[in-house]
Ligand binder design. Sequence first.
Ligand code: NAP
Ligand code: MG
Length: 405
Amino acid sequence: MENFKKIQMPTPLVEMDGDEMTRIIWKMIKDILLKPYIDLNTEYYDLGLENREATKDQVTIDSANATKKYGVAVKCATITPNADRVKEYNLTEMWKSPNGTIRAILDGTVFRAPILVKGITPYIPRWTKPITIARHAYGDVYKNVEMQVGAGCKAELVVTHPDGTEERETILDFKTPGIIQGLHNIDKSIESFARACMNYALDRKQDLWFATKDTISKKYDHRFKDIFAEIYENEYKERFEAAGIEYFYTLIDDAVARVVRSEGGYIWACKNYDGDVMSDMVATAYGSLSMMTSVLVSPEGVYEYEAAHGTVQRHYYKYLKGEPTSTNPVATIFAWSGALRKRGELDHVPELCSFADKLEQATINTITDGVMSGDLAALCTIPNKRTVGTEDFMAAIGEHLEALL
Ligand code: NAP
Ligand code: MG
């Protein structure tokens, strides 16, 4: 070990620390799995709730701007305050979701992909490769305007042009009471979404699927289809062909049927609502939220890696009481490996990329050897499996890593 030359990082990685059990795991990952091998060069932002309060949430904004500057970030799970948390942490304000703030500044799209391990069989066993879901995170029903309508009312859609003229369309002459809803989206946001998806497909060298209900929604959903098609034809077609990957558009019903029959191994771009519903379906079908990674990609190609799960509050309270915990660090480890690999690619440091590969391999080897956290043991079909606590799981991964290096 003494003559071991640690891997150097010419450019800092933006490090966003977080809350509760994941904050404990965060430190363990750095101490046990990273610092012995890498001269860890990070620009550190403490997004723990106490420091968000102390900085009036400026730290979240600063961390997002630093991500824009350096291009790659890794983020720990953070508390999104609700009324209970305002009391618990004595907050002066119910600070917004850090992920929401960061996503708004980076104008990014979130890609969620499962980590597959032999012995942990998806509920859909045909899915032998990951399906990555990309959810458009703006508009549609999430920014709707809705009303209840009484009998005898006429509901209309009215658009007022800049010169004051009006365009109208009747929704319905209500004979009996009912409901209406107004949805919108913005071309610019759909364009950003399309570019983020296409950049990510090129990055991962995987096909990109997109689906809407354009046969029924001939203007609204059709606009999504057209924007994707235009951007693909004008900006990406040649690069996709050179990479040997495909952009595939189909109807949402057809997409669902194909996804279930597929082996996985592609990126599925979803409109906001479809992505909300399908990401939970896909995550559950693959097994566990604690094995889901998440990466935010901006249209300019800035990357922020994290785990899809939260701060695992229930485990943290046990940990504080000194009770044993068995928290799964895998998605957080893969957030670090993803970020280090991307940093290595951008800075041309192949040792960093190869370290990231080995870190992932060591993590998977630990599980296939039968050592795992309780949530995995509950799903795992390996005969001689052993459930271990948070610290022992991390130590076992550390041993596998040392063996690989
Ligand atoms: P959570 O932290 O994801 O945990 C929910 C439950 O899922 C846990 O109680 C645990 O089940 C299981 N679980 C999740 N991750 C696990 C892991 N790594 N290892 C083992 N089990 C795991 O969600 P939550 O409890 O609803 O939210 C807690 C806090 O996280 C909230 O304050 C929320 O705002 C925040 N949050 C942050 C993010 C983010 O930063 N991206 C995302 C979601 C939520 P058992 O208790 O049954 O073992
Ligand atoms: Mg949902």
